[in-house]
Design a protein around this ligand. Structure first.
Ligand code: COA
Length: 211
C-alpha cells in the first residue's frame, strides 16, 4: 500500500467502540488521552496506571457508560472520550471495591494534596439526587481529534452519553466542573445545562432530558 495513503473515515469508524469491546491497548490509549485533556484531576495526578484501572473498573460496572473515539491509527491516544454513570454512588462504591490497594493509596494521597474536590463532593451529596439521574464523570477532546470530524466533538460525545441515559430511563443529566474552567462551563451552558449550586470554586449543573 502507498505509504502516503489517507486513512479513510470508514477505517476510523471501525476503531470506534464501546469500552466493553476494547483491548488493553485501547484502554491504555484512552487513559493517556484522559491525561492529556485533564492533566490536573486527582486521577491524572495519580498516574497513568490509576487512570487505566479506573476505566477498566468502569467497563465492568453496569451503571457506567464510556464513549471512546480513538485518534488516527498512528496515534490512537489523540482521541476523544466521555464517561458517565446512571448511579453515581454505586459506581463510586464499585471503584473503591475493585481498584487495587496501591492505586487507592495513590488516589488518597492526591486527595490529601488537593482535598477540595473531595470536600465539594461531600457537600453536594445531599444536593445530587440518589436516583433517576445520570452523572457525567469525564469528557475530553484532544485538538488532533477535533480535526478528524464532528463525531469527535464534545457535543457529539455528550449527546451520545445523554442518549444512553435516556435509553435507561434517566430523566436528568448532572455534571460538575471548576468555575475557572471557562471553556467547560460555556460548553455545558451551550448544551443546555443550568447551574444548581456553586461551592469552593466548583459549579454543579444539570439538564432535564426530554424523552
Ligand atoms: C469541554 C470540551 C469537551 C468541549 O469540546 P468541544 O469539542 O470543543 O465542544 P464543541 O465544539 O462540541 O462545542 C459545543 C459548543 O460549546 C461551546 N464552546 C465550546 N468551547 C468553547 C469555548 N472555548 N468558549 C466558548 N464556548 C465554547 C460553543 O458554543 C460550542 O458551540 P459552537 O461550536 O456552535 O460555537 C473540550 O473543550 C475539552 O476537552 N476541554 C478539556 C477537558 C475539559 O475541561 N473537560 C471538562 C471537564 S468537566
Amino acid at each position: 500500500m502507498d505509504g502516503n495513503a489517507v486513512v479513510s473515515q470508514e477505517d476510523l469508524f471501525t476503531e470506534i467502540a464501546l469500552l466493553r469491546d476494547m483491548t488493553d491497548a485501547s484502554i491504555a490509549a484512552l487513559a493517556k488521552c484522559h491525561r492529556i485533556c485533564l492533566p490536573n484531576t486527582t486521577s491524572s495526578r495519580a498516574g497513568i496506571k490509576a487512570l487505566y484501572s479506573l476505566y477498566r473498573t468502569m467497563i465492568s460496572d453496569p451503571f457506567s457508560h464510556i464513549v471512546w473515539r480513538p485518534g488516527r491509527k498512528e496515534a490512537l491516544y489523540l482521541g476523544a472520550f466521555a464517561s458517565g454513570t446512571m448511579n453515581l454512588r454505586a459506581t463510586e462504591r464499585e471503584i473503591k471495591k475493585r481498584i487495587d490497594a496501591l492505586i487507592i493509596l495513590k488516589l488518597a494521597f492526591q486527595n490529601v494534596l488537593n482535598p477540595r474536590h473531595l470536600l465539594v463532593r461531600k457537600l453536594w451529596d445531599s444536593v445530587i439526587p440518589r436516583e433517576g439521574v445520570g452523572y457525567i464523570l469525564t469528557i475530553g477532546v484532544t485538538r488532533e481529534a477535533r480535526e478528524i470530524g464532528v463525531d469527535w466533538s464534545g457535543s457529539s460525545l455528550l449527546g451520545e452519553l445523554e442518549d444512553w441515559f435516556r435509553a435507561h430511563g434517566v430523566a436528568e443529566s448532572w455534571v460538575d466542573t471548576e468555575r475557572s474552567n471557562v471553556t467547560a462551563v460555556k460548553f455545558y451552558q451551550k448544551m443546555e445545562y443550568e447551574e444548581v449550586s456553586e461551592t469552593y470554586g466548583n459549579v454543579l449543573m444539570k439538564k432535564m432530558l426530554s424523552q
